[in-house]
Design a protein around this ligand. Sequence first.
Ligand code: ME8
Length: 585
Amino acid sequence: MRWVCRGGLPAWLRCGFVFPVQAHVSRRWVQNCSGTLFTTPIFYVNAGPHLGHVYSALLADSLHRERALRDCATRLSTGTDEHGLKIQQAAEAAGKAPYQFCSEVSEQFRAVFNHTLISYTDYIRTTEEHHKRTVEKFWTVLSERGYIYKGVYEGWYSTPDESFLAESQVMGIQDKQGNVIKVSTESGHQVHWTKEENYMFKLSDFRPLLLKWLETHKQAIYPENFYQIVLQWLQEDLPDLSVSRERSRLKWGIPVPGDSQQTIYVWLDALVNYLTVAGYPEAHHSWWPAVHHVVGKDILKFHAIYWPAFLMAAGLAPPDHIFVHSHWLASGQKMSKSLGNVVDPMDCCDQYTVDGFRYFLLRHGVPDRDCDYYHEKVVQLLNAELADALGGLLNRCCASSINSTQSYGFFSSSCFPDKHNCFDKAASARAMEEDYQLIEFVENLPTEVQARYEKCQIYKALEAIDACVRLTNKFFQRHTPWKLDSTNPVEKLWLDTIIYVTMECLRTYGTLLQPVVPSIADKLLSRLGVAQNERTLKDFLFLARYHGKYCPFEGRELGPDTGVLFNRLDQNKSRKTKDPSIPKL
Ligand code: ME8
């Protein structure tokens, strides 16, 4: 079916028509545009960074970049968790002084994050003086408000998890020598019986308040299955929590204010890093509680129960959102040093490029469930979506055989009339029903992508973009522009329109892909001639000429870089795995 416009005036002059989706998008962006602090977990420095750590950081990074794209105030904090028994033991095993050991591994994390283009604004180390002062202040507030008391703690402790466990959370198993040992049911790590005088936090007081918080903030924890898990935990009794260890056992940590014989529990120390970054106790109000924590499922209890309870006890609000993700397995198995299947992020970047690696993790990683990582899948996905679909589309509309003037194309409303203002069919109209569907999908894409980001469903945002890329390839294929005769003025109008529409679609994809593949998006937008200050989503207008508006890109000269957007990968190059403790930098 084809349509034709009545009269020759642009649509907006004729009836003041504003495309409803675009109007809706602009309103939403303005409304939601408040400052947000995104955080990653701070990483233990007992071993170097691996793929799972980079995934946590990547999720937060793309959320942060997406906010920036909408011109919203945003920060991204990451860093390292450097106190506690397991770090103390790792430093001893390495024969190094704890601080030197922590500094070396912390630098490894920083280098991997720099390399993988994690655009953090804050990098915190818990051994920094200003963090220690914040923890002391926070402890003092909890204590003064009556939520800390001294008691005797007796129970199981898991050092790898730095976690206290109830009898119901441990089970007996046989170790390799046939001895019966106790392990944490959740993590499988060995636990040891501890009895010592500790400071206790009145966690039990907070069960009703935590339940109320979750009832009134149903979107506080994403995805929904993890929200339900937390609710389930809160159905059971919440015993008071030991928040210190005897200094004789744990030297590597912040001493309890006023009691040098006790060290503050590493999880209390670590969680407070978020407040340190926000500027507590003086300057946190501009960012707190507009905080979005990205955390792995293994540390959900600390973030969704202990942390909100600590905050409430200190008179602060819980964070706005906790985004939870599941774990990456390597070829179906949990990654572990002993199995030798730990995936090194630096190797991945070497093999697939930084953007390729970022794209795979965010496109294939589904937060609700564990995901499998294997080489064949990475190669297949990147070749199909980045090399063939996206790169192929850019190549096709920039090829000099089709685009002889090497420009953005020109739009002809007689070839592609406004569907909403056309009453009669005209011979010059070439657009088909499927073409109108395509532009409707692409027009809606920024809204859909934003909605996905708001739920941390980046894989779904990327799925939607990829679906549109495929539709655009079909559009190009359907109209066989290579068969049009550019010396014929009528055919030239349609050829230019096909190029213009395709480039407008590509500009939309390039803009929306910036949070995930910043280098590829930059290459794509530069090739289309889109300037740096034209790449945000604020006031983004797709297919302006179709809506009878001025389009600054129309007819613009293409950028000079004709290089391949993403080189196809070789399936036969095998994946390497290595010990993560010494990443190649
Ligand atoms: O827990 N796949 O630090 P951490 C995906 N210091 N994510 C994974 C993963 C995998 N295979 N393995 C680990 C800590 N992670 C604390 C945090 S925050 C105040 C303190 C994720 O270095 C894990 O789920 O053990 C967690 O979110 C993050 O890496 C850091 O783990």
